[in-house]
Ligand binder design. Structure first.
Ligand code: FEO
Length: 399
């Protein structure tokens, strides 16, 4: 009987779905869940590639045994040590005491540091091979995609790339795991959100990894999160390529905080003008309601960014500060920035936004607008001017 876990040849999917956790890394919302993917190569020597979150160990083990029965696993290849993938390591080692852990020079210390595991360890370097019988695995070091020990494993026999977090997406899997057999609509936005939330800081390392992988005859991408990609390889690689270059579409994200609606009124006027000037993609986020996960994903998506904040305790509105911190933390590049602020008796919001603007090194567009207390005719016109300046800047980029 054909095994449902089979991806290609004798390579099997043994990952699990998490529809229980509310936030990935205790930070990023998971409305559609997340999968922790693991792969088993059932060759003369059996190799397991990454494990899963410890909460799902029983299901994981059952899936493994449905493929190999009581045969032992010879190798555990660790592409990435973050505990969503290494969480079951200690239990796998207990189950298969003779298993040889395979990783690079950065992995071993983490194996011991997280799980107290010492013993047989096979250290691989860039370009090293591991032969399993029919399968010939080659290792590529891809540091900081997403941690320093991250590497990718390429199965030269089947053309399968085990890419760790690279090319991953949020979203649990609904029955099938192969993109050839499922509706993939959900995963495109969830891939962008995953990239921007988790990997977003590491655009440079992602670009280096993509250069390294260029020219490999990849027929399947097996990431640690989301579907296994066969039909959409070019599209998936293009998303990671564009996002890691901070490339973006024409559009504007208007992010603002507002306690009583006065600063929000400024945001509305700016957005109305953007729309009136022919900018179709305008996304407004009230930071008190929109989760930062979605705000940063939209900032990755669009080239224009306009930020507004009231003055609060002589600083910015707290959730606005959080968004600015996310932007700086991801070393975002190539955005056009406009900003506005408000105050009641002592205005500092615009000054703080100017500090951010300098740190971000974004291209400043239009004149910053500062409002005392509530909307007046002059401020209305200044907000319109800000929206118009952003629209004009974006339209200059049209071919
Ligand atoms: Fe899915 Fe960086 O762990």
């Amino acid at each position: 009987m054909e095994q449902k876990s089979r991806i290609k040849g004798n390579v099997h999917y043994v990952g699990v779905n998490d529809r229980n956790k509310h936030r990935f890394e205790a930070l990023w919302p998971l409305p559609h869940g997340v999968s922790y993917n693991s792969y088993l190569i059932d060759d003369e020597m059996v190799a397991l590639i990454d494990t899963v979150d410890i909460c799902y160990f029983e299901i994981f083990l059952d899936k493994i045994k449905r493929v190999i029965g009581e045969r032992p696993i010879n190798y555990l290849i660790i592409n990435h040590m973050e505990p969503d993938h290494s969480g079951s390591l200690r239990l796998i080692k207990q189950q298969y005491p003779d298993i040889v852990i395979v990783g690079n020079k950065h992995t071993q210390g983490m194996v011991e540091g997280f799980y107290g595991i010492v013993g047989e360890y096979y250290q691989v370097n860039e370009g090293d091979y591991l032969l399993l019988g029919k399968h010939k695995l080659k290792f590529y070091m891809t540091p900081m995609v997403h941690w320093p020990e991250t590497m990718m494993t390429f199965d030269e026999t089947e053309g399968m790339l085990f890419s760790g977090d690279g090319f991953g997406a949020f979203g649990a899997l609904h029955g099938g795991f192969l993109d050839t057999q499922i509706n993939t609509d959900l995963y495109w936005r969830e891939m962008e959100r995953y990239y921007s939330n988790i990997v977003g800081k590491y655009g440079g390392p992602v670009q280096k990894a993509l250069q390294k992988l260029k020219g490999l005859p990849i027929s399947v991408i097996c990431s640690t999160h989301g579907p296994v990609w066969m039909d959409n390889i070019a599209h998936v690689v293009d998303i990671y390529d564009r996002m890691s270059r901070y490339d973006a579409d024409e559009g504007v994200v208007v992010v603002y905080g507002s306690m009583y609606g006065n600063t929000e009124r400024m945001a509305e006027v700016v957005a109305e003008e953007l729309s009136a000037q022919g900018i179709r993609n305008v996304v407004m986020h009230n930071v008190a309601k929109s989760d930062g996960s979605y705000i940063i994903a939209d900032i990755f998506r669009y080239r224009g960014l306009i930020i507004g904040s009231p003055t609060y305790n002589n600083r910015l509105f707290p959730e606005v500060e959080y968004v600015l911190d996310m932007i700086l933390g991801r070393d975002m590049k190539r955005r056009y920035l406009g900003y506005f602020g408000s105050f009641t008796w002592a205005g500092t919001a615009v000054r703080h936004l100017a500090d951010f603007a300098e740190k971000s090194r974004f291209e400043i567009v239009g004149e910053p607008v500062e409002m005392k207390q509530a909307m007046k005719e002059l401020v209305y016109t200044q907000c319109e001017n800000l929206g118009r300046a952003m629209a004009e800047r974006l339209k200059k980029d049209r071919a």
